[in-house]
Design a protein around this ligand. Structure first.
Ligand code: PGA
Length: 252
């Protein structure tokens, strides 16, 4: 049975003290939860990965990096490698978040290279995809998401694919307060699963968790997570407040 996942993407937020406070607030509450087939992931800025894994391992949550280099090692100032991430016991890494596609001009090919670096270091990529508002208005959303998945993920084997999580994040819903309706989310998640099934077979497609991201909050999480192909959420703003993040975790 595929895993239910709630992942918090802190983005570029929190000073050291704020990060420390939030981690300990989360730790206290998550420790008390009885989680069945559910994983909680915290993706802090890279500078806090080590302290996050220290707290997470003791208290029942996993840690993800927000990014990694598409190169193995060497003269790439400012970058962090998949091997470094792995060496801190970080289990996940976001790949292709729309903010990085936009501001860092990440291409489908570079994202495939990042996925490859992560898989070869035994870190699970959380691959983000999703269309912009104009693309949805032009009814190109299926085409866009298909190209993103095809060009960055479909070079990998079945075994590799089983270690990848997909996150559908319509760009128009990220940080805007406008959430996709549960019907829109379900429609796209079912489409993504059908792409995975065509390429890798239904058995593999049924094992891959597909998360929804974009203004997910304690009010709408239950409705979104109740959809057949929505296996959890990638949470931005609402992951910065322990109470909100906890309420979302409890929405299954
Ligand atoms: P949001 O961000 O929940 O603040 O919309 C989601 C994301 O960017 O992963």
């Amino acid at each position: 049975m595929r895993k239910k996942i709630v992942a918090g993407n802190w983005k570029m937020n929190n000073t050291f003290e704020e990060a420390d406070d939030l981690l300990f607030e989360l730790a206290e509450s998550i420790n008390d939860l009885e989680l069945e087939n559910q994983e909680i992931i915290v993706c802090p800025p890279a500078i806090y990965l080590e302290m996050s894994t220290d707290v997470g391992i003791e208290n029942g949550f996993s840690v993800g990096s927000q990014n990694c280099s598409n190169q193995q090692a060497g003269a790439y100032t400012g970058e962090i490698s998949a091997a470094m991430i792995k060496s801190l016991e970080v289990k996940y890494c976001l790949v292709g978040h729309s903010e990085r596609r936009k501001y860092n001009h990440e291409t489908h090919e570079e994202l495939a290279q990042k996925v490859e670096q992560l898989l070869s270091n035994d870190v699970s990529p959380i691959f983000c995809c999703g269309e912009a508002l104009e693309e949805r208005q032009a009814e190109k959303h299926f085409e866009i998401v298909k190209a993103q998945i095809n060009d960055s993920l479909f070079g990998f084997s079945k075994e590799e694919m089983l270690n990848i999580v997909v996150a559908y994040e319509p760009v128009w819903a990220i940080g805007t307060g406008v959430t996709a309706s549960s019907a829109q989310a379900q429609e796209m998640h079912a489409f993504i699963r059908s792409l995975l099934s065509e390429k890798y077979g239904q058995d593999i497609a049924d094992e891959i968790s597909i998360l929804y991201g974009g203004s997910c909050n304690p009010k709408n999480a239950k409705e979104l997570f109740s959809q057949a192909d929505v296996d959890g959420g990638l949470i931005g703003g609402a992951s910065l407040k322990a109470d909100d993040f906890l309420a979302i975790i409890k929405s299954f």
